[in-house]
Every structure is written in structure tokens, then in C-alpha cells.
Design a protein around this ligand. Structure first.
Ligand code: FAD
Length: 387
């Protein structure tokens, strides 16, 4: 596997073990069928308990049976899952960073007791409902609203593009609390079997096909006050979760690019044209050299992020830079890898085109490339250019 500047040498035993466990699990259990799932538009849901058993959901959190591994170990896990398919990493990212993280950071003791163990083992599945049909890049414009009455809250609205929604037991729904001054955004834990909650699967995706994505309808859904996340108010709630998930994406995208690179290198060495392997042509070597360089520099950024996160110095803008750079890198390099595979490269027999198509989603979700550009622009100039 590409590790051009020997980053492996600095890993501790636990980090190596987690990386190797994830790599073996993916190779044995997921990779053999992933192209079929991609074509069918399905996710290998039967593997969710095993993902839980191996500790792949929020392993960087502490307590409630969670292993509290290093941020590097967590990043390496995301890298190995996405080296298989972005859909697999997305499932784990949503469960860990977008649902378990906010319950862990902002939930009541009762909420933590109710959900964190079961979600850690994969017995319960969660989803994160922020995006709405009319509010994607600007989620603060959300229309989904909660009104308080004597029994708790009544929620109305709709969410779309929600990963895991059709298979979730609980949804974190971000909604405006219309009963409070200034109508702050708050997080509501909504069990998906509540009256008025509906969801349907989006089937017409051409990207991230091995991932279950759905819409959510909320029609007078009643939840008790105990289901509100008590520890956070305002956009800080959902945005802080996104910072956690984007951290995992910055690592994961490197895995997808690395896998595409390895397939291209192997293919170039085996494929003969003009009486010898295509790897002997300078044009092909230039592509491999550039790919390896881009992947290596993205890896370095991911490792640095882990150091900053460990010591509490990571800013959301750092994560924006890494998500923006590493996903663009993976999107570009997967395309080059696909090109090196010639006609075979457009089939599901090889991973680069699947990664390339997946990267269209990863480039767009969790803040589009443009939005991260604006976040960096604001950080560098002090001037917001969003509106
Ligand atoms: C497969 C998939 C899974 C997803 N999973 C989830 C999930 O689990 N939970 C969830 O809440 N959401 C999820 N999303 C939604 C995702 O986060 C949104 O698609 C994303 O935020 C972009 O919103 P939008 O699609 O409405 O695009 P828009 O916001 O309409 O953007 C359209 C284009 O306009 C550009 N643009 C927007 N504003 C500006 C600006 N100010 N300046 C310059 N350009 C701008 C964008 O960059 C983009 O190119 C998912 C999306 C996909 C595709």
C-alpha cells in the first residue's frame, strides 16, 4: 500500500491493529460484494452488527462501552473503510460522528444510557436530519419547526438526502424551537416509529449507490421534552457534528484515492500494449508519479489534523481545508486511475470509476467544495462572502 514517506513508522501498536483489522474485515467481508451492492443500490446491512462488534462506530469516544482510541486510529479506520467504498465509510461516519457524537457531547445522561451502547454495537442505527429540500448549503434557513405544548414538542417539516434514514431507529432532527425567544435551532431525538414520521429511500442516485439515502417527513410528530438534546442551542449543534464527520472524510478520501492508485499501478504493470507493460511508458509513469504525490500530501494533512485534534487545537477551518483538498484530490486522482485502466476502467470489475462517482457525493455533502472555499476565504480575510 502506498505509504511513500513512511507514516506507518510513527503508528503505535493500537493504531496498526485497528488499521489492519479494518483492512482485513473490508477485504474479507465487504470488498467481494461491494460492486454488486453498488449496482443494486443496496448497503450490506447484514454486516452492521459486525461493524459494531469490531468497534467501528465512534471508537474515538469514551465511556458507554466505547474504546476511546486515538484520533489517528479513528482516521485510519475511516481511510480503510473508504478504500473499499465511500458508502461504507459514510454509514460509519453518520452513526459515529453525526449521531453518537452529539448524544455524547450534548445529550442528557438518560439519552446517553438509552442510545450510546446500542449504537456502538450496531443494535440501533441513527441518522442525522439537517438538510431540507429548500435549504442545503444554508441550513440555518431551515423551516422544520418544533412547537412546545403541555406534553412536549410537536415537530413539522421535511428533510432530504438523509443517509441511513430508511434503516434508522432514531433520527436527530435539527429544528427551530418556535416556542423559545429567537427561535434557536435545537436537536431532537426522534424515534422513527413515532406517529407522523415517514421516510422513503432515494433510488435514482448515480453516486454513493452502496449507501442508503432517504427523505424524512415530519407531520405533527410528538416527542417528550426529554428527547431534546439539552446541551446545545443554535447552529453550533449541527455544525460541530459536521466538523467531526468532515475530519473522518478528510482521512477517508485518501483511502479511496489510494485504492484507485493501487488498482492503476497493478493494471499498468500487467497490461501489455505495443509488446510490453503500459507501465513502461512515460505518460503512464507521469500519472502514477502525480497520483502518488497528491495522495501523499493529502495523507500528511490528515495526519497533522489528528495531532491538532488530539491536543485540542483543531479549528473547524483546519478541517474545511483538509476536507476540501483531500476530496478534490481523490475526485481528480480516481479519474486519472480510471483513465489508466482503459475500457476496463468503466466497468464495476475495477474500483476507480466507482470511487470517482462516489467522490461526486463526497465533494458535495458535509459542505460543498464551494462552501469550504468560502469558509477558508472568510478565515483568511475576515470577510464573509456567503451572501
Ligand atoms: C448521497 C448524499 C447523502 C447525504 N447525506 C446527508 C445526511 O445524512 N444528512 C444531511 O443533513 N444531509 C445530507 N446530505 C445533503 C448534503 O449535505 C447537501 O446536498 C449539501 O449540503 C448541498 O446542499 P444542496 O444539495 O441543497 O445544494 P445547494 O446548497 O443548492 O448548492 C448547489 C450549488 O450551489 C453552490 N452554492 C451554494 N451556496 C453558495 C454560495 N454562497 N456561494 C457559492 N456557491 C454556492 C454549491 O456549492 C453547489 O455547487 C447528503 C447528500 C448526498 C448527495
Amino acid at each position: 500500500m502506498l505509504d511513500y514517506v513512511s507514516l506507518e513508522a510513527d503508528l503505535d501498536a493500537e493504531e496498526r491493529m485497528i488499521r489492519d483489522t479494518a483492512r482485513e474485515f473490508v477485504d474479507e467481508k465487504v470488498r467481494p460484494d461491494i460492486a454488486d451492492h453498488y449496482e443494486a443500490g443496496t448497503f450490506p446491512t447484514d454486516l452492521i452488527p459486525e461493524l459494531g462488534e469490531l468497534g467501528f462506530f465512534a471508537p474515538n469516544l469514551e465511556g458507554y462501552g466505547l474504546p476511546n482510541v486515538s484520533e489517528t486510529a479513528y482516521g485510519l479506520l475511516m481511510q480503510e473503510l473508504e478504500a473499499c467504498d465511500s458508502g461504507v465509510r459514510s454509514m460509519a461516519s453518520v452513526q459515529g460522528s453525526l449521531v453518537m457524537y452529539p448524544i455524547h457531547a450534548y445529550g442528557s445522561e438518560a439519552q446517553k444510557d438509552e442510545w450510546l451502547r446500542d449504537m456502538g454495537t450496531g443494535e440501533a442505527i441513527g441518522c442525522f436530519g439537517l438538510t431540507e429540500p429548500e435549504h442545503g448549503s444554508n441550513p440555518s434557513g431551515m423551516e422544520t419547526a418544533a412547537e412546545k405544548d403541555a406534553d412536549g414538542y410537536v415537530i413539522n417539516g421535511s428533510k432530504t438526502w438523509i443517509t441511513n434514514a430508511p434503516i434508522a431507529d432514531v433520527a436527530i432532527i435539527w429544528a427551530r424551537d418556535r416556542s423559545a425567544d429567537d427561535e434557536p435551532v435545537r436537536g431532537f431525538l426522534v424515534e422513527t416509529d413515532r406517529d407522523g414520521f415517514s421516510t422513503n429511500k432515494l433510488d435514482d442516485k448515480l453516486s454513493l449507490r452502496a449507501s442508503i439515502t432517504g427523505e424524512i417527513g415530519l407531520n405533527d410528530v410528538r416527542v417528550p421534552e426529554e428527547n431534546v438534546l439539552p446541551g446545545v442551542e443554535g447552529m453550533k449543534g449541527p455544525l460541530s457534528c459536521l466538523t467531526q464527520a468532515r475530519y473522518g472524510i478528510a482521512w477517508g478520501a485518501v483511502g479511496a484515492a489510494r485504492d484507485a492508485f493501487e488498482q492503476a499501478r497493478e493494471y499498468a504493470l500487467e497490461r501489455d500494449q505495443f509488446d510490453g507493460p503500459i507501465a513502461r511508458f512515460q505518460l503512464q509513469q507521469e500519472k502514477l508519479a502525480e497520483m502518488a504525490t497528491q495522495i501523499t500530501t493529502a495523507q500528511l494533512l490528515a495526519y497533522r489534523l489528528a495531532e491538532l485534534k488530539e491536543r485540542g487545537d483543531l479549528r473547524p477551518q483546519h478541517v474545511s481545508m483538509a476536507k476540501r483538498n483531500n476530496v478534490r484530490m481523490a475526485r481528480d486522482q480516481a479519474r486519472v486511475a480510471r483513465e489508466m485502466l482503459g475500457g476496463n476502467g468503466i466497468t464495476t470489475d475495477y474500483s476507480p470509476m466507482r470511487h470517482m462517482a462516489n467522490m461526486e457525493t463526497v465533494y458535495t455533502y458535509e459542505g460543498t467544495h464551494d462552501i469550504h472555499t468560502l469558509i477558508l476565504g472568510q478565515d483568511l480575510t475576515g470577510i464573509a462572502a456567503f451572501e
